[in-house]
Design a protein around this ligand. Structure first.
Ligand SMILES: *Cc1c(COP(=O)(O)O)cnc(C)c1O
Length: 282
């Protein structure tokens, strides 16, 4: 029986229910994190929980938690569900209250919900590469917050599905921002380019790991904007996130990227990523 975390308590899946008027359900008024588990341990926990606390702060949500208390909660969930390799989803909403756009005054207890998933690493896709399509970025202007408002992301991902692609890479007026649930990169002449950290993209933890790897390996990592044409003419296209790690895109809008195989820089990043799995799990 899988256990779900509801307001600090582990309950059986069937008993994991949320009130009908929870603001997460009504307004998407909440934030979340998705964290990877490798060999029973949590990967880059500090970075993820710091980002969760930042997201909460950015939406004016007061939560009675620290990086340490959140780490403990997630560890309990991982142990209860015997997750060896997989991931943990954790979300916090502004709580249940009569429907009103204004924040409840006085504030109500936030609703915390977490569940886990077991699955292995995506080695086959890492070796073979994946496909993507480009699409307009129609999301709001605070994409830096990992919020529950994912309608733009959902529509982008469904657009990819319609064209039998694995991911949708979004652009604003031709400038590439990021994937529907991933950060995006173009490699040209040995240099990695990716959108700078601002309100147009989510500051991915895997993106941060990529920047560490580039530092280790002496690969130039340029946080500069580029357009869809540049992406299409890149030697390699990469997407990253917590669940797919570092993935080469070998087909973009139906056309081959580079020589149509996962490129050398992508492979170099994938190899070095293992070092961080070994050193950044707690
Ligand atoms: C979570 C997410 C990412 C990737 O972040 P990671 O911390 O690497 O998992 C990228 N873009 C969006 C829109 C996301 O929601």
């Amino acid at each position: 029986m899988t256990k779900v975390l509801i307001n600090q308590k582990l309950v059986d899946e069937q008993e994991a229910t949320i009130p009908y008027n929870d603001r997460g359900f009504i307004f998407g008024d909440g934030i979340y994190e998705y964290i990877r588990v490798y060999n029973n341990k949590i990967f880059t926990a500090k970075e993820h929980f710091e980002r969760l606390l930042r997201s909460a702060n950015e939406i004016g949500l007061d939560i009675d938690h620290t990086v340490d208390s959140l780490t403990e909660l997630v560890k309990e969930l991982v142990v209860a569900n015997k997750v060896v390799n997989g991931g943990v989803y954790l979300q916090i909403t502004r709580g249940a209250a009569p429907r009103d756009h204004r924040f409840p005054t006085p504030p109500v207890e936030p609703t915390l919900m977490g569940f886990s998933k077991s699955y292995g690493r995506p080695f086959k896709d890492m070796d073979q590469g994946i496909s993507a399509v480009t699409t307009k970025d129609i999301r709001w202007l605070r994409c830096d917050i990992k919020s529950l408002n994912l309608l733009g992301n959902v529509l982008a991902r469904e657009y990819a599905e319609k064209y039998n692609a694995d991911e949708a890479i979004q652009h604003r007026d031709g400038i590439v921002t990021e994937g529907s649930a991933s950060n995006a990169y173009a490699v040209k002449d040995g240099v990695i380019y990716t959108h700078p950290i601002n309100n147009y993209i989510l500051n991915g933890i895997t993106r941060q790991v990529v920047s560490w790897i580039c530092e280790d390996e002496g690969i130039p990592f340029k946080e500069e904007t580029f357009d869809v044409d540049f992406l299409k003419n890149a030697d390699e296209v990469i997407i990253t996130n917590t669940s797919v790690e570092i993935m080469g895109v070998i087909k973009l809008d139906g056309e081959q990227v580079g020589n149509g195989e996962v490129g050398p820089i992508t492979k170099q990043l994938q190899t070095r990523f293992n070092h961080y799995i070994d050193t950044r799990c707690i």
